[in-house]
Write a protein that binds this ligand. Structure first.
Ligand code: NAP
Length: 259
């Protein structure tokens, strides 16, 4: 299926590894030129070079912290005129509700709510002027049902979700579609780190902790980042023109809900 976005340009934040990289690769496979970002320049350049070689698209890299003001300014400058924005950043650390202080919440809000809002505010007006745009915010299944140890994520991502619900309907008349993509457990470094933390706490091996977690997912396994990227590319496609302010959950059936 041709998604109809060949020749478009996309900024994909936090994209040297994991879900961000999978989104960048899926867009590149559709002929989309990319601006890729991560803090670590070496892994970022390696991923960008692999994409250039495999898909023949133009890839610009901006090595910076997307959650910092300087980083956002550098990204906005490099991304002038983009048609597609994929917002992503690292997730907040796990803990318990008794652990977190005001500063911890401010950092989580900065990374997982205010950063994507700042990038939308900077780049969506250009999309409106050109009459076409797509924004996908990578959030989490924690928006649908809270994860106890990820209270910082539960809180910050709920704030972003509320913002998108309102804003997406204000920009939809101009051909700009903003939606959220909610990962459940996917096979990335992030989930490996969470499994390691759980293993240390429970006295299990990492393999045992992973198997116990996966046994609670109806699909019986973690999601494949490749499939996540393909869903993201669809949400950035011509065919997503009627999708407005939606929260698309990819969780292997983990959230036990009718809607
Ligand atoms: P990951 O495998 O750890 O990859 C994170 C990527 O983001 C790396 O390229 C990393 O590169 C980059 N990054 C992290 N912080 C950054 C920052 N401040 N500025 C720029 N780049 C940054 O993580 P993932 O599993 O793909 O997760 C992506 C997002 O989805 C996270 O917010 C995570 O909480 C959420 N999520 C993931 C899962 C899952 O199962 N994987 C489930 C629910 C939600 P550098 O470190 O070099 O910057």
């Amino acid at each position: 299926m041709d998604l109809g976005i060949k020749g478009k340009r996309a900024l994909v934040c936090a994209s040297s590894k994991g879900l961000g990289l999978a989104c960048a690769r899926a867009l590149a496979a559709e002929g989309v030129d990319l601006i890729m970002n991560a803090r670590g320049a070496e892994a970022l350049e390696a991923s960008a070079e692999a994409i250039r070689k495999e898909f023949g698209v133009d890839v610009v890299t901006v090595a910076c912290d997307v959650t910092s003001q300087d980083g956002q300014a550098a990204l906005i400058e490099a991304a002038q005129g983009v048609d597609i924005l994929v917002n992503n950043a690292g997730g907040p650390p796990p803990g318990m509700w008794t652990d977190w202080e005001r500063e911890d919440f401010l950092a989580a809000l900065e990374a997982n709510m205010l950063t994507p809002i700042a990038l939308m505010k900077a780049l969506v007006p250009g999309m409106i002027d050109r009459g076409w745009g797509r924004v996908v915010n990578i959030t989490s299944q924690s928006v649908k049902a809270p994860i106890a140890v990820l209270g910082l994520s539960n809180s910050a991502r709920a704030g972003l979700t509320g913002y998108v619900a309102g804003t997406s309907r204000q920009v939809a008349p101009f051909g700009v579609n903003i939606n959220n993509l909610l990962p459940g457990s996917h096979d990335t470094d992030r989930i490996a780190a969470l499994d390691k933390g759980n293993a240390e706490k429970s006295g299990q091996s990492v393999e045992e902790a992973r198997a116990a977690r996966q046994a609670t997912i109806p699909a019986g396994k973690d999601g494949n980042p490749r499939d996540f990227g393909a869903t993201c590319a669809f949400m950035c496609s011509q065919y997503a023109a009627f999708m407005v302010g939606q929260n698309v959950l990819l969780d292997g059936g983990n959230i036990n809900a009718t809607l």
